[in-house]
Write a protein that binds this ligand. Structure first.
Ligand SMILES: *Cc1c(COP(=O)(O)O)cnc(C)c1O
Length: 398
């Protein structure tokens, strides 16, 4: 299951110059124990068949790809959507949460903690923990609790405890800090289910592997349905897990252009954005060397995005390596463009997307004239229910 695809590890835990394990001494042993358990699980046919069985019968995999017919015709391209919005709990997050919670159970850890931004990773983790009968605590910034209230209620109904984090910008990065603190204090009983391909080794590798099911399925589905590989694969990038999950299926296909779309917020010039790869510099955040949005003296900058799931000042280290090597290209769209793309998908295809993948679609809409005749595969990473209040407010439709 662990592929050495593309840019992976010359040094253990590194993707080129990025990654590593810049973690507190308290955590190094447990990170190494997780790495060992993960690599064993990858080689264990019993673990793999249980995961495969749950992905099929519980999550609903494989998720389909759908040819967006009306939109394709309008844009003059062939547009295919990988429907992660149809996975159980409504986003790609469940692929990773389920894998890690199964690993926690295998390691005998019955207390699960997680961080969440938009709440989708929290919901996915609470779901997997409920299904396996494990205790679950989710750290969430109080600003995110305010803007993603429906997901807070979902987590509570699933039996998880949601702990509000009131420090810093009260968003995802602060929730991660708090979860790390909890973990360091409770390493012997607790498994930290990390939600994206960032963080210290082995999380970037492990999360990518659990999400790689997206790209493996999508590659086969494109060959079957379109009769060829796509010319472009497009995904939004917050921490980078849905993008890495689909990119990894096409890394070796040199003809396929990989495009990651970051949150341009109010516009790069305003400084109010979350465009880590496009506008950041190299630093260390949450245990990994990677691109970071930071001040000249290394303080983490405040970020902004209309989409809570993209509102993060770091990014997975493998994306940093893919940016430097040029194998993937990273771009931004603004809040406004994402909102317009949201409405376009709703009206043309009858799909309400999450605001995160609306960013990916917004880039496709903007570039449509230069993409004429191409075959574009977009990762529709999640559904829009959680974003209804935000969208209605932004459109003045409350
Ligand atoms: C969390 C989330 C994202 C952003 O996270 P990545 O790790 O970058 O994938 C994107 N889309 C949806 C629907 C999400 O819930």
């Amino acid at each position: 299951m662990v592929t050495e695809a593309g840019t992976t590890t010359e040094r253990r835990g590194y993707f080129g110059a990025y990654g590593g394990q810049y973690a507190s001494e308290l955590l190094i042993d447990v990170l190494n124990a997780i790495e060992t358990a993960f690599l064993e699980a990858c080689r264990d046919p019993g673990f793999q068949s249980r995961l495969r069985d749950l992905l099929q019968h519980y999550v609903g995999r494989p998720t389909p790809i759908y040819r967006a017919g009306r939109l394709s015709e309008r844009l003059g391209i062939a547009l295919y959507l990988k429907r992660e919005d149809l996975a159980h709990t409504g986003a790609h997050k469940i692929n990773n949460a389920l894998g890690q919670v199964l690993l926690a159970e295998r390691m005998g850890r019955r207390r699960i903690i997680a961080e969440t931004g938009a709440g989708m990773h929290g919901v996915a983790t609470a779901t997997a923990a409920a299904m396996l009968g494990l205790e679950c605590i989710v750290y969430m910034g109080s600003e995110d609790i305010r803007r993603q209230n429906a997901n807070v209620q979902r987590m509570r109904l699933l039996g998880a405890e949601v702990r509000a984090v009131d420090t810093g910008s009260k968003t995802l990065k602060d929730a991660i800090n708090e979860a790390m603190r909890d973990w360091a204090a409770n390493v012997d009983t607790t498994f930290y289910v990390f939600g994206t391909v960032a963080g210290p080794h082995p999380f970037p590798l492990m999360v990518r592997e659990f999400q790689s099911v997206i790209g493996r399925e999508a590659r086969l589905q494109m060959l079957e349905m379109a009769g060829s590989l796509p010319s472009h694969v497009v995904a939004c990038v917050g921490g980078g897990s849905n993008a890495m999950g689909i990119f990894v299926g096409f890394l070796e296909d040199a003809s396929v252009r990989l495009i990651g779309v970051e949150a341009g917020g109010h516009g790069l010039a305003t400084g109010e954005h979350a465009a880590t790869l496009v506008a950041g510099t190299v630093g260390v955040l949450h245990g990994a060397r990677t691109y970071v949005l930071q001040t000249l003296d290394g303080q983490i900058r405040e970020t902004h995005s209309i989409s809570a799931g993209l509102d993060y000042p770091g990014v997975g280290p493998e994306h940093s390596a893919l940016k430097d090597s040029g194998r993937a290209h990273y771009v931004t769209v603004t809040d406004q463009e994402a909102l317009e793309a949201f409405q376009t998908l709703a009206r043309f295809e009858g799909i309400l997307p999450a605001l995160e993948p609306s960013h990916a679609l917004a880039w496709i809409l903007r570039e449509a004239s230069s993409l004429k005749e191409s075959c574009v595969l977009m990762n529709l990473s999640g559904r829009g229910d959680k974003d209804m209040p935000t969208v209605l407010r932004a459109l003045g439709m409350e």
